[in-house]
Write a protein that binds this ligand. Structure first.
Ligand SMILES: [Zn+2]
Ligand SMILES: [Zn+2]
Length: 76
């Protein structure tokens, strides 16, 4: 069994499962940052890439939530 969370959008190398670009330049947008259960969407920021997918956040995955929070609220 692969222990990597199948609900996350990046593979074990940190690349997007859809377009294969590094997950890092992907932009994650929550529909409601105060209620992540509403889900959100992710877009690739690589020029000419039309990768876009809706997300349902798996809030039971603490690592993912931590990552999500850092993506949504980057330190200023
Ligand atoms: Zn892409
Ligand atoms: Zn992508």
């Amino acid at each position: 069994m692969n222990k990597h969370d199948p609900g996350s959008c990046d593979d074990e190398r940190g690349n997007c499962k859809l377009c294969g670009h590094p997950f890092d330049p992907h932009l994650i947008i929550a529909y409601d940052v105060n209620d992540l259960t509403k889900g959100g969407e992710m877009r690739c920021q690589v020029p000419d890439c039309s990768c876009r997918q809706t997300l349902s956040f798996d809030l039971t995955d603490k690592e993912w939530v931590k990552k999500l929070n850092s993506l949504l609220k980057p330190p200023s």
